[in-house]
Design a protein around this ligand. Sequence first.
Ligand SMILES: Nc1ncnc2c1ncn2[C@@H]1O[C@H](COP(=O)(O)OP(=O)(O)OP(=O)(O)O)[C@@H](O)[C@H]1O
Ligand SMILES: O=C(O)C1=C[C@@H](O)[C@@H](O)[C@H](O)C1
Ligand SMILES: [Mg+2]
Length: 164
Amino acid sequence: MKNIVLIGMPACGKSTIGYWLSKKIDYPLFDADKYLEEKENKIISDIFSNEGEEHFRELETKYLVELSEKEGIIISTGGGAVKKKENIDILKRNGIVVFLNREIADIYKENHENRPLLKDINNIQKLYDERIDLYRKYADIIIKNNDNMDVIVDRIIMALKGKL
Ligand SMILES: Nc1ncnc2c1ncn2[C@@H]1O[C@H](COP(=O)(O)OP(=O)(O)OP(=O)(O)O)[C@@H](O)[C@H]1O
Ligand SMILES: O=C(O)C1=C[C@@H](O)[C@@H](O)[C@H](O)C1
Ligand SMILES: [Mg+2]
């Protein structure tokens, strides 16, 4: 059984949609950020400030390898997983990559207490511009997240028919 890999911008809905999808199709959900934090026993913001982004990116790859060894799970990736092609190659070995494409205006409206990078709409636009081509290029399936969760989850299930 293949994995379902959710990619997309921070706050595009990977964790919440991943959760409802996992309930509906009975696949366990693994949030790559949470998995890394549990394994390292540290929070990501501390890893960024104490050890730097480069170290975080190495750990991110290490734990994506571990997660990709599992089967029949949903992996909600970190927003920057597409920055390294190696990550996508690992995830695609046994996974279908689903890009959740959410409008910047909708992302901006969310509460970003824990996402300092997203507090400024110009920064969201910058991150989006840097990454949009990568999200599109690496996606096996692109789903617009522009409706309520139920509709989006059903859209994903429909799009995955015959692919898992
Ligand atoms: N279709 C939607 N309808 C209503 N709320 C939504 C929708 N999609 C996402 N949200 C809301 O947007 C917020 C961000 O979603 P979520 O935390 O799932 O994003 P994420 O992609 O996991 O972000 P991060 O990369 O920071 O982990 C949540 O409060 C979620 O409920
Ligand atoms: O967009 C990003 O680069 C990141 C998103 C988060 O999910 C975390 O993986 C981390 O904070 C980096
Ligand atoms: Mg998340």
